[in-house]
Design a protein around this ligand. Sequence first.
Ligand SMILES: [Ca+2]
Length: 224
Amino acid sequence: MTQQSSPSSAPTPALPSLWKSLPSGARKGALACAALYGAVLMVGMLAVALGDPNPSSPALAAAQAPTTGRDLATVRHGARVQVSSYHPRGQHHAIFAIDGLSKPSDRLEKWTSAPDDPNPWIEVQLAGTADVERIELALAGVKEHVRYTMDRYSVVCFSEAGDEVHRAQFKDNTAAVAKHALPCPGTQRVRVTFGTTPKGTPKAVARLYEVVLIGKPQSAEARP
Ligand SMILES: [Ca+2]
C-alpha cells in the first residue's frame, strides 16, 4: 500500500537551494534592492553621525511625480522631511510621516517628538515648487485613543527662496484626520508646528502618522 505525504509535511527547501533555483534576473533584482536599501540606510546614519540637530531624510528620485492634484508629500514623489526632535525612547522615525500610509498596521509607524520639545515641528520639503491646495494630517486618533490627537497647530508654506507664502493657525481640532484648505501657490516646503501640553499629559508630545499635501507641481524637476 502506497502512503502519500500531506502537503504540510513536505520538506522545506534549504535557503541556498531556493536562491539557486531563482532565475538569474530575479537574483540580480534582489541584490539591487538590497544594495539600494543599504545605500539609503548609510546616508541616514551618516547624517546622524555628522551631528546635524535637524537632519533631513534622504531624497529619493521623483520618478513618479504626479502632474495633477495628488499627494506630493511622499517619499515616492521625492519629498523629504525634517523635524525639530524625535522621541529618544521610541522608533518613531519622521520618515513614517511621508511614507504614504495614513493608517498603518502598527502604531510604531509614526513620528513622535521629544518630551522636552515645547514646540515640535515637522517640515516637508517637496521635490520642487508646487501649487499646494490642501493639507491632511493623520493624527494619533487614527490608531490610538483620541486624547492623544493634537488639537493646536500652525501651518506655514514657504517658497523656494524662503519667503512665507501662507500662514494658518488651527485650534480645537478633534478630527483624527484633520483636513484644511491650503492656498499655497509656488510652495517648496510646508512646516507644521504643534502646540503641546505639560509633561505627563496626553498631548505633551506630537504624534503624527502622515502629512498629505495635495497639489500640482510647477517646476520641471518635480515632473517625471
Ligand atoms: Ca505614514
